[in-house]
Design a protein around this ligand. Sequence first.
Ligand code: C2E
Ligand code: MG
Ligand code: MG
Ligand code: MG
Length: 285
Amino acid sequence: RSKRRGRGQITVYSQEIAQEMKRATQLEQALRNAIIADEVDVHFQPIVNLKTEMVAGFEALARWCDPDLGYVSPAVFVPLAEERGFIDALSETLLRKAAETALQWPKELFLSFNLSSAQLMDPSTSANVLAIINRVGLDPRRLELEITETAVMTDADVAQKIVTELRAAGVRISLDDFGTGQSSLGRLRDFAFDKVKVDRAFVSRIVADRASEHIVKAIIAMCDGLELEVVAEGIENASEASKLQGLGCGMGQGYFYGKPADAVTTLRYLAEKYQEAVPALSRAI
Ligand code: C2E
Ligand code: MG
Ligand code: MG
Ligand code: MG
């Protein structure tokens, strides 16, 4: 009896796995088509100077809504494109679109763009990135690339080479989601970063939890000493914002200052509100 049940279970599992594989393949095909049809979009979320509360730049975030599958998160389709070997095609479209949009902003605003870990293992990434922004005409000094700790750990030598080439061209490098990966403080010393983005996991607990406050305080002090800029991610309300301002955190990003919005909405906002203090942004977008 138990044997039969066991076999039944195996059948159920293998059906689930087959379903899962089928869905991934459907998703892959739909995404490949969307890239060709130019249907993958980019939204922009403001990053603000926490002292002046003015916009300093925007992070580009990939958006894809398939007519049949509905909204698919970039946390799902970016890893899929990496696994199935077409992250370059996806990323090229996204960076081109993001850079074209950034050209229409005031020149002092930067564009921050996420690089995936697979791209940091491919030595041709630096040349590819520079070729794209060159073609579009975006000054490399206006570009920041966000990379994660895991990406840097996987193949440190190749990643180091890519980062060195990009920085030589004037591109700045941010360490994204700091504090959540397999952090090594030594990496902050050995690797040439310009900015550190403190993960939302710390920010969202900074008001209620003393430990999180101490951790963020220590990160800010360490980054000051290392001459790295600090961005707090995922600021959702005024109390988190003022806590971070009190700790001397230089920059912030989150729904409180503005949700990711499409290129047109972002431009309209900049045309109307640029040069004003940002809290209005959360109302505008
Ligand atoms: P990330 O780079 O850490 O981006 C921040 C994520 O937090 C975004 O999710 C953003 O919408 C969300 N977020 C921002 N402020 C808040 C807030 O106040 N509260 C909350 N709850 N969330 C907030 P999103 O857009 O779903 O992107 C998820 C991840 O997908 C990104 O994490 C990034 O790792 C990846 N991703 C997105 N676009 C791209 C891309 O163009 N290329 C690559 N390689 N990865 C991308
Ligand atoms: Mg990011
Ligand atoms: Mg992040
Ligand atoms: Mg994050």
